[in-house]
Ligand binder design. Structure first.
Ligand code: NAD
Ligand code: UD1
Length: 342
């Protein structure tokens, strides 16, 4: 498999995956509606790889653009990153989330079937495990109990993919459940560029470091964990990108549906992450303890055995590397992509 269509390829995880794919000799075609990313990402990809991927400005819900893409390119495999992902927003506008993420995935899959493209990789999330009864979780843990529409779109799409596979055995599908991707490309040219006030931990910390926010609010220090803060499995976005290459190779063996958790297997607390960023910064980062955030689970990290044994996936970066690269990106691009000096 050489020709990969990456939907949402100018977004955070998509762009890092595109770089990884190009570096390994794949031909990449991107479709993105730029609802949460910028075209300048293509320049950055080109600077890093010396290759400018073919780009279609378009929406995965638009059959015409998908027909055009599949007619003009011989696609072997589709990686579907395109989707809305803000948890809080999904609670406010659930129908937009269901329409964009679920309907979008259905249209994309129908078009793939029509054009006889049968390899599909889906960006799912550890959120499908809800509040796990124990940690580390493995892929056999029950899914469900999602606490917001965003998470529910992931759960529903997983079910749709399983039904599709039963009905059409031509399909080979990898469902990848990401844990907490953070970090940035080591070049400092690509990274996470959230709109408005970041909801997630790492971008919030780097905005404090760069002076855009006053201090980090730590959402609760009274959880039943060694330091009282929640535990997550943070994974460097470049490791995560590599996980998609492992998945492509797996699909070549025509396995039907496969599911992998992608994480490091190591749980880190909010304080662990903060301290890693302080190491990168060389000074303390201001924080205060705030009330718990609704919907947060105490601990969630993964077992890595299945991904390691079946697709050879091993994360090589630790949280110090993630903090160093995220900080390098933020300090070189204090306002994210484009506006260097405003
Ligand atoms: P992102 O918002 O940076 O990237 C998503 C991209 O998809 C954006 O460039 C956006 O413009 C595009 N897009 C959205 N809807 C589209 C549509 N209908 N048609 C075409 N393009 C569309 O998000 P990300 O962090 O890179 O996440 C990528 C995928 O991974 C998402 O599906 C997300 O839900 C999933 N995921 C992300 C995380 C995380 O922590 N970032 C964790 C688990 C799963
Ligand atoms: C969140 C989403 C999850 C989504 C993932 C990636 C919720 C409940 N979960 O995961 O569905 O897949 O993002 O987009 O929103 N924290 C602070 N202060 C902050 C921000 C975060 O203390 O300003 C803490 C949180 O309480 C949590 C940890 O840092 O303990 C990680 O938070 P975050 O980065 O938002 O990721 P998740 O909550 O794991």
């Amino acid at each position: 498999m050489k020709n990969i269509l990456v939907t949402g390829g100018t977004g955070y995880i998509g762009s890092h995956t595109v770089v990884e794919l190009i570096n390994l000799g794949y031909n990449v075609v991107i479709v993105d509606n730029l609802s949460n990313s910028k075209e300048i990402v293509l320049d950055r990809i080109e600077t890093i790889t010396n290759v400018r991927p073919k780009f279609y400005l378009g929406d995965i819900r638009d059959r015409e653009i998908l027909d055009k893409i599949f007619d003009e390119n011989k696609i072997d495999c589709v990686i579907n990153f395109a989707g809305l992902k803000a948890v809080g927003e999904s609670v406010r506008i659930p129908l937009e989330y269901y329409e964009n993420n679920i309907y979008g995935a259905v249209v994309l899959l129908e078009e793939m079937q029509k054009h006889k493209v049968y390899n599909f990789i889906f960006s799912s999330s550890a959120t499908v495990y809800g509040d796990p009864t124990s940690v580390p979780v493995d892929e056999t843990f029950p899914t469900g109990g999602t606490t917001n529409p965003y998470g529910t779109t992931k759960l529903f799409i997983e079910r749709i993919l399983m039904d599709l596979s039963k009905s059409d055995p031509n399909f080979n599908i990898a469902i990848l459940r990401y844990f907490n991707p953070i970090g940035a490309h080591p070049s400092g040219l690509m990274g996470e560029d959230p709109n408005g006030i970041p909801n997630n931990l790492a971008p919030y910390i780097t905005q404090v470091m760069v002076g855009k926010r006053e201090c980090l609010n730590i959402f609760g220090d009274d959880y039943d964990t060694p330091d009282g803060t929640c535990i997550r499995d943070y994974i460097h976005v470049c490791d995560l990108a590599y996980g998609h290459v492992c998945a492509i190779k797996k699909l070549e063996s025509k396995p039907g549906v496969v599911i992998y958790n992608l994480g490091t297997g190591k749980g880190s607390s909010v304080f662990d992450v903060l301290h890693a960023f302080e190491k990168a910064y060389g000074k303390p980062i201001p924080y205060k303890i705030a009330p718990r955030r609704e919907g947060d689970v105490t601990a969630n990290y993964t077992k890595v055995a299945k991904a390691m044994n079946e697709i050879g996936f091993i994360a090589k970066y630790n949280i110090d590397d993630m903090a160093r690269d995220a900080w390098n990106w933020q300090k070189n691009n204090p306002n994210g992509y484009e506006k260097k000096n405003d």
